[in-house]
Design a protein around this ligand. Structure first.
Ligand code: SAH
Length: 249
């Protein structure tokens, strides 16, 4: 007998940046068929209404002890439910493989012998700027973009980003998880050669009803964001493309 026949499966579903309309058709189907859904605050929570009435919904931001669930606990829960024969959806914001530790969840399942697959999602790194009227590339202006984690800034020894190269990359820079270190990041880029007048914007709560966009320059953006009381989730986009500010009027 196939020893895996009683196993359920884990599906890592990218939910997009927060608006249920930006969930893929495949992601929505997986959600509707799930026995168990493990979600966190960045997933489009309104889409949880799509789940079966008997589906078990677990907010992995809240269990088992307070605000921060260790990743190892989430991995263990995914494996435990799948081993009990359940269809498990790990419902995440944006795309599972853009930060957010989806690849760690995949590896943990694979190492445990649990079937796992991923349904890509619309990343906030791309949709966020787009919803603010900022294309990441534009013919004749910018031919490349980089998506960077700002959870540690350029002065932090744990940052593995080549900030010198980034400052001189001539492309668009998108910073996720960078609210706390925005001043250090912007100053660090300018110190490394980026023009302080380069257009820059913060897009907070992209795709959500209270989306907020601040347009500025890389030199002035941190103080503007602080004055506005910007809180996560928010992203920063830096580059000539920010100056385009596409609007429909
Ligand atoms: N996998 C996700 C990113 C996870 S890291 C994705 O592809 O979008 C978490 C960071 O994503 C946040 O700190 C923030 O920078 C960004 N983010 C996620 N949702 C967002 C939203 N609705 N608006 C703005 N930024 C968002």
């Amino acid at each position: 007998m196939d020893p895996s026949s009683d196993l359920g499966e884990v599906i890592l579903v990218g939910g997009g940046p927060g608006d249920p309309d930006l969930l893929t058709v495949g992601g929505r189907r997986a959600l509707r068929e799930a026995d168990v859904v493990l979600y966190d605050r960045l997933a489009p929570l309104a889409s949880l209404a799509e789940t079966r009435p008997d589906a078990v919904l677990v907010d992995v931001g809240k269990i088992p002890r307070g605000s921060q669930t260790p990743q190892s606990d989430i991995n263990a829960l995914l494996i435990e439910h799948a081993r009990a024969g359940r269809r498990v959806v790990r419902f995440k914001g944006g795309d599972p493989f853009v930060f957010g530790r989806g690849s760690e969840e995949w590896l943990a399942c694979a190492e445990a012998g649990v079937p796992v697959r991923v349904i890509p999602g619309v990343s906030s790194a791309i949709a966020g700027p787009e919803l603010a009227g900022i294309p990441l590339t534009h013919r004749g202006l910018t031919q490349n973009f980089s998506v960077v984690s700002g959870h540690v800034g350029p002065n932090h020894p744990a940052s593995t980003v080549n900030w010198d190269a980034l400052a001189r990359s001539s492309g668009t820079i998108v910073i996720l998880m960078g609210v706390a270190h925005l001043a250090e990041i912007c100053a660090g880029l300018v110190e490394r050669g980026l023009d302080a007048h380069t257009p820059a914007a913060v897009v907070a709560k992209a795709a959500l009803p209270d989306q907020l966009v601040l347009y500025s320059t890389v030199g002035s953006l941190p103080s503007l964001a602080e004055q506005a009381g910007i809180e996560p989730p928010a992203l920063t986009v830096i580059g000539a493309v920010v100056g385009l500010r596409l609007t429909s009027t």
